[in-house]
Design a protein around this ligand. Sequence first.
Ligand code: PLP
Length: 401
Amino acid sequence: MIYLDNNATTRPSSAARDAMLSAIDELWHNPSSMHRPGQAVRRRVELARASVARLINASPKEIVFCSCGTCSIHTAIGGVFAARDDVAAPNLITTPIEHSAIKAISNKLEKQRGVETKLVPLTPGGVIDLDALEKLIDDNTVLVSIQWANNETGVIQPIEQIGRLCKERGVLLHVDGVQWVGKMPTNVGTGSEEPTGPAHDDAAGAWIDMLSFSAHKFHGPKGVGGLWIRRGTRIAPVSPGSQEQGRRGGTENVPGILGMAAAAEECLEFLDDPAQRPEAARRRDRFERAILDRVPGSHINGPSDPALRVWNTTNIAFPRLEAEIVLLMLSERGVCASAGSACSSGSLEPSPVLLAMGVDPASAHGSVRFSICRETTAEELDQAIEAVVGCVQQLSGTISG
Ligand code: PLP
C-alpha cells in the first residue's frame, strides 16, 4: 500500500508506540495522586510537556494538553470569548477555508452569545486578502483565528503579516497549526533556550497568541492535541477542572501525552536536519510535476509555486472527472489519497474549501489531495504516478468514448 493521505492522519512512529505502551503497562497511575507512583507519572507528563514545548520553542507552562486538534481549537476560541463579557456585540474574524472545527465553535458562539463571525475573502490561490482583513477589524473584534496551512491544499497563510496587523489593532490571534506544527519550523519565542537550528527558523510565531496542534498529524497518537497559550492571554476554561493549571479539566491521557512527546522529539530531529525537509519537498514537487506533464488539463489547486504550500501536500484537479471514482480506482491499485477533508468525505459535494478559493465546480469535483510524509520514498511516488496517470487515462477514455 502506498499511503498518500498523511493530512488525514499519519502512522504513529515506533518511538511513539513504545512510549504509549510503556505508559499503559507501567505508568498507569493517576498523575494527580500524591503517592510515589502517581508522582513518577506526573514527572513523566511534565517531561513530555517540555518536549512538546521545544517543538514550537515555547515555555512548557504555556502548553495545555487537549484531546485533539478540534478540542484545542474549541478551548482556545471558546475560552477567549468566555473571558470577554465586557464586549457587548463581539465578533470573530476567520476565513471560509478553515477546518470544520472552527465553523462548529463559531456557530455555537453565535447561537449562545450572539458572536458575529466575519469571513476574510481570499485572493486567487487561496491566500487571505490582507487589506480586507484590515478593514474587517473593528472595535468589537475580539479574536482573529486563521489556519497556518490548509489541510486540503497545503496553502500557507502570511501569519507574520496577519499577526502584526492584529497587534496594531489590539486584537488576539489564534492560529490553527494542525497541518503546520511538526512539519514546518515553528518558534513562538517563549522557550528558555535560544534556538539555533532550522527547526525554529520562523519569525511568524512571535506574533501569535494561541496555537493549536494535534499529535496524529505528526506521527503521534490520535486523541491528544496541544494548545499553546501565550502568558498573559485572557482566557477562561471551557472545560473547567483542576488539571492543566485549571485550563482544561480531566485526568490526563498519559499514554497519548507520552506518545505525542516522543513524536515531537522526532519531528525536531527531522526539522533540525537541513537536508531532510528540502529533500521531502523535492519528492513532492517531482510527483506533481510528473502528473501535470502527463495528464493534459490537470492543474494544481493553490499557488503553482510549490514553496507557497506546505512541502507534503499537493491538490490536483482533473476537470470532468469525479474525484470519488479516481479515489476508488486508486485504492484498488494500492494508493490511498483523498478528496476534501477526511471529516467531510463520503459526500459527493465538491469541497467547499476549493469553491471558496475560486476553483470552478468542474475542477473541484475532480480534485484529489495527495499528502506525503517524511518517510514517503521516491520509489513509492514513482509507482503512485503510474497509478494516477493510468486511472485518469482510463476514466478520460470512458468519458470521451
Ligand atoms: N485543523 C486542521 C487544519 C485539520 O486538518 C484538522 C484535522 O484534519 C483539525 C483542525 C482537527 O484536528 P483533530 O483531527 O486532531 O481533531
